[in-house]
Design a protein around this ligand. Structure first.
Ligand SMILES: [Zn+2]
Length: 655
């Protein structure tokens, strides 16, 4: 293919994927793959010095749908120029400093991965909403956007005002929606486009969207001098802002902040795919000006992709510690946010059906920080697809499988090797009994030699039994025996985690350990008590109840105690942290923790949690809608920690 042919091919491809995405709500490649095609086209057009009339680079945005009323924007909307790495960002920052003739402040904001909307207010009243469209003409979505709860219908400002922002579906709304949706959404972003550009406003409402405002395009009779002033004005008018805004002065500060957000972005409840960096001062912006596509004084920094498409080559069925059988997709390996991914979970047979995926399908795969990669759904069907067939017998022990709820289970708990290895590996892991020196291989050996299938049986191991085992020298034997002995004194929260109750992770175990004083209380908890706890839903609550209703589990727990296990309920020993001996005040609402839970965590980290801000306060942790305490903290120049930073701190201490 020569370069001209490549140009034609790229133009066709990009146009096709544009349409799949925006018109049909059905992307067949990931955003990162789309970007790669788009930028190759941009580069090639530059190199050849021409573009085709149909080239997607000749217009600012996307096609306008038939069926919606078209509307011309009073203020044309620009797109943002993008950089791929910190070298390019540094170059841009230096260029801006030079063009401005002096040191500049830059603002950092989230780059939302949603649908851009402009909203007009007149006389303090919501008047209209329009999609971005191609930047010149958009679609009238006044009735649809009105259903979004975070769009204020009245604002204090009485001048005519046009704001720009992003319609988003939070991860929480996305998961909720997909629980009952006939056709599940592929991702949260896809759900937004379909919801706003929907001729039925009821559907918009059903998807529980949010609107995050970040720009004022027009405000009659008022001058805003900086982005910071604009941001504060937006908050005063009652818009949601995502609770994030930072000012940086150079590449070092910008890089540090961007890298920090990249690390914690999965904990933020909306999808962001990068950061937007702008010159703070508005009059400097006017001097620097615009190209015909974008402002020269703003730049987008894109994060490395976390979702890509690849071929699903095969499915293996893995046996977990509870006997649950999980389908694992074997993939054509891909690089995803810095790691090679060749396996991803498909959750269960029902999920496979819902996601409409087959062997040989091209599928979307997503990898988030510290979460196992997951097949998200179909990217594109292929002619040679084969159905994924659920097993009838256990792949490890060949016992017939049982269907419980949406999942398949092997109930041969005593004799299924894969299950036993997984169960014991979980039990000895760091957040459970923390027994060193027991790897898969050793656990397998102990099963073969001593028929150890349940955790309690580990406590029956004697030094003499290990002597004579191949590869077991005196030192190794002593270490194992000592480690097992030491583990008998176990913290309450580790004990709960170690039980291996279905759906109970580290965080849930911690929450339960705070709520229930001892095992008897936890055993007796009924459904209502359990679901009243934050973070405990019906599925988790039922898992707990079922676990304690199973006579075998109770017998196994009792055996642990008979063999000398003691639960340590005195967990008040605090850990040394940046909060140790500091006075901390909480204000506003956090999405990850309730105030009582966070108070307990902070106390464990050595903090003195106080209810009012004074000059003795060291930190103020500010959530959404933080009120007078935040203002006071700002006046007193007290360090304010917002939720993303807090989550990153907690993560540093393994909380
Ligand atoms: Zn089995």
């Amino acid at each position: 293919m020569d370069k001209h042919q490549r140009l034609i091919w790229l133009t066709e491809q990009v146009n096709k994927h544009n349409k799949n995405y925006y018109v049909y709500d059905n992307p067949t490649i990931s955003d990162a793959e789309y970007d790669a095609l788009y930028y190759e086209l941009v580069d090639l057009e530059k190199e050849l010095g021409y573009s085709l009339p149909s080239s997607p680079t000749n217009r600012v945005g996307d096609d306008v749908l038939e069926g919606f009323k078209k509307k011309k924007h009073d203020i044309p909307l620009y797109s943002l120029n993008k950089v791929k790495d910190f070298d390019d960002l540094n170059k841009w920052i230096l260029d801006m400093q030079k063009a401005a003739g002096k040191q500049q402040e830059f603002t950092l904001e989230y780059k939302y991965d949603g649908l851009k909307i402009v909203i007009e207010y007149e006389n303090g009243l919501y008047k209209s909403a329009t999609t971005r469209g191609n930047g010149i003409i958009g679609e009238d979505v006044t009735v649809q956007v009105k259903t979004i709860k975070s769009v204020p219908l009245t604002i204090p400002c009485k001048s005519r005002i046009i704001v720009q922002g992003e319609c988003m579906m939070t991860n929480k709304s996305f998961i909720e929606y997909n629980k009952t949706a006939e056709i599940p959404l592929k991702n949260a972003r896809n759900g937004v486009a379909g919801a706003v550009r929907n001729l039925d406003p009821k559907e918009t409402e059903r998807r529980k969207l949010d609107f995050f405002c970040y720009d004022i395009l027009l405000i009659e009779g008022k001058q805003l001098n900086t982005q910071e002033e604009m941001h504060n004005f937006i908050i005063e008018q009652g818009f949601k802002t995502g609770n994030y805004f930072k000012i940086v002065k150079n590449i070092t500060e910008a890089k540090e902040e961007i890298e920090r957000i990249d690390k914690i972005k999965d904990n933020i409840d909306v999808m962001i795919d990068g950061m937007v960096i702008k010159i703070n001062n508005c009059s400097v912006r006017e001097d620097i000006g615009y190209t015909n596509k974008f402002p020269k004084w703003a730049m987008a920094f894109k994060f490395k992709p976390v979702e890509l498409s690849t071929t699903l080559k095969d499915v293996v069925w893995q046996v977990g510690r509870t006997g649950k059988i999980t389908p694992i997709a074997i993939l054509d390996p891909i690089e995803l946010s810095g790691a090679t991914v060749s396996r991803a979970t498909l959750n269960n047979a029902q999920d496979i059906q819902r996601k409409d995926v087959y062997i040989n399908s091209r599928v979307f795969v997503r990898r988030s920080n510290e979460v196992i990669p997951e097949v998200m759904g179909i990217a594109e069907h292929q002619p040679n697809e084969k159905a994924i067939i659920s097993p009838t017998h256990c792949p490890s022990c060949n016992n017939p499988l049982k269907t419980i709820g949406a999942n398949l289970f092997c109930v041969n708990h005593k004799g299924c090797l894969e299950q036993i290895i997984d169960r014991l590996t979980h039990f000895v892991s760091r957040d459970a009994f923390n027994i060193d020196g027991l790897r898969d291989k050793t656990i397998k050996l102990f099963y073969e030699k001593f028929k150890i299938a349940y955790p309690y049986e580990l406590f029956k191991l004697k030094k003499e039994m290990l002597e004579g085992l191949e590869g077991f020298k005196e030192k190794k034997i002593n270490n194992i025996i000592e480690s097992i002995e030491k583990s008998k004194n176990v913290d309450w929260q580790n004990f709960i985690f170690a039980l291996g109750i279905l759906n109970i992770g580290k965080k849930n175990a911690y929450v339960l350990s705070q709520k229930f004083k001892n095992l008897d209380e936890l055993k007796q908890a009924d459904l209502n008590t359990l679901i009243a706890i934050d973070d405990v839903g019906e599925i988790v609550a039922n898992s707990i109840i079922e676990y304690f209703n199973d006579e075998d589990n109770l017998i196994n727990i009792n055996k642990l105690f008979e063999l000398g296990v003691k639960i340590n309920h005195n967990q008040q020993e605090t850990i040394n942290s940046i909060f140790t001996n500091k006075t901390v005040v909480l204000t506003g609402t956090l999405s990850s923790y309730t105030r009582p839970d966070l108070t307990k965590i902070l106390q464990k980290m050595g903090a003195n949690v106080s209810s009012s801000v004074s000059k003795n306060t060291n930190y103020v942790i500010a959530g959404v809608e933080a009120g007078s305490k935040l203002t006071k903290a700002q006046e007193l120049n007290i360090k304010i920690i917002e939720e993303p930073e807090l989550l990153s701190i907690l993560k540093d201490y393994n909380i």
